[in-house]
Design a binder for this molecule. Structure first.
Ligand SMILES: Nc1ncnc2c1ncn2[C@@H]1O[C@H](COP(=O)(O)OP(=O)(O)OP(=O)(O)O)[C@@H](O)[C@H]1O
Ligand SMILES: [Mg+2]
Length: 288
């Protein structure tokens, strides 16, 4: 199946209700939110990742780890059709989200990206006020009278409200890096996504700010499903429920370097009893 660039179409199916009230345990018996089947992503003639199949569970944190250039960001961007925005990208296979392939011709990629939000490595707030950053998405969706409530609840969920409630009209660029990253998380939450994709969200932050983001993710997984790319083994081990290890396969004859999934399992298993030697070598620091 080839990627469609159609920007119109019928909406994707509504997510099942999932949130547990704060203070209560996250729902158990989580079911798949994503089913990847033979996912391959090419940039022009270059195959960046090949034949990835795995299931991602609702209300869990799934980590993607692997050496630089193995295709982690590529894989993550395939999950919300962000790669559509990269000229020459071709995605084949299936990314089944809530039971439907998000690359099917009738699916609207803009709606996909609304449901499946993304937070990047470098905090990237708009050069606008703190308030306007969070209100941006909801405004586009036509919210008016309830904007104050949405801004407050999103900032609270991102554990930033107490630090900024007295200066909502100040520029977002006046915040610290860790605060800017939490603002970007609040901005992603403001449109009520179902899934949050995070590409090394803490790599530009100091250890304290990193722990705050990790605590926040632990809290957010009650209501959201999170997929995180990280280079930090301790971070993956601390926060994730499942871990996917991706590595680069080099073809001897052509020197083509393609990302392949080596192993996907419970995080504790990946870190203590990996089935594949390559995984063990990577998580123990002998390779990569
Ligand atoms: N827009 C693009 N056009 C062409 N090739 C690309 C593009 N983006 C990524 N690639 C290539 O695809 C491969 C995977 O890149 P990707 O950024 O997904 O790796 P990564 O695992 O996220 O690496 P890192 O850990 O360094 O962030 C690399 O060989 C990269 O050069
Ligand atoms: Mg990357």
């Amino acid at each position: 199946m080839q990627q469609s660039r159609a920007e119109t179409g019928t909406p994707i199916p509504a997510p099942a209700p999932a949130a547990a009230p704060a203070g209560e345990p996250a729902p158990t018996g989580a079911t798949e939110i994503f089913q990847l089947r033979g996912l391959t992503c090419r940039y022009g003639g270059f195959t960046a990742v090949r034949d990835i199949s795995l299931d991602i569970q609702r209300n869990e944190i799934t980590a993607i780890i692997g050496p630089s250039g193995c295709g982690k960001s590529t894989l993550l961007r395939c999950l919300n059709r962000m790669n559509d925005l990269v000229e020459g990208t071709r995605v084949t296979g299936e990314v089944i989200y809530n039971g439907e392939d998000i690359y099917a011709p009738h699916i609207d990629p803009v709606e996909v990206r609304r449901r499946i939000g993304m937070v990047f490595q470098e905090p990237n707030p708009f050069p606008k006020s703190i308030y306007d950053n969070v209100a941006f998405g909801p405004k586009l969706e036509g919210h008016r009278s309830d904007l104050d409530d949405i801004v407050e609840s999103s900032l609270r969920q991102a554990a930033l409200w107490d630090e900024v409630k007295g200066k909502l009209k100040q520029s977002a660029l006046s915040l610290s890096g860790g605060q800017q990253q939490r603002l970007c998380i609040a901005r992603a939450l403001a449109v009520e996504p179902d899934v949050i994709l995070m590409d090394e969200p803490a790599s530009a932050l100091d250890p304290i700010a990193t722990l705050r983001i990790e605590d926040l993710m632990e809290e957010l997984k009650r209501s959201y499903s999170i997929v995180i790319v990280t280079h930090n083994m301790q971070q993956a081990a601390r926060i994730s429920d499942k871990t996917a290890f991706v590595t680069v396969r080099v073809e001897n004859e052509t020197d083509e370097r393609t990302g392949e999934l080596v192993e996907f399992d419970d995080t504790t298993r990946i870190f203590t009893a990996a089935a594949d030697q390559r995984t063990e070598d990577y998580v123990t620091g002998r390779f990569g």
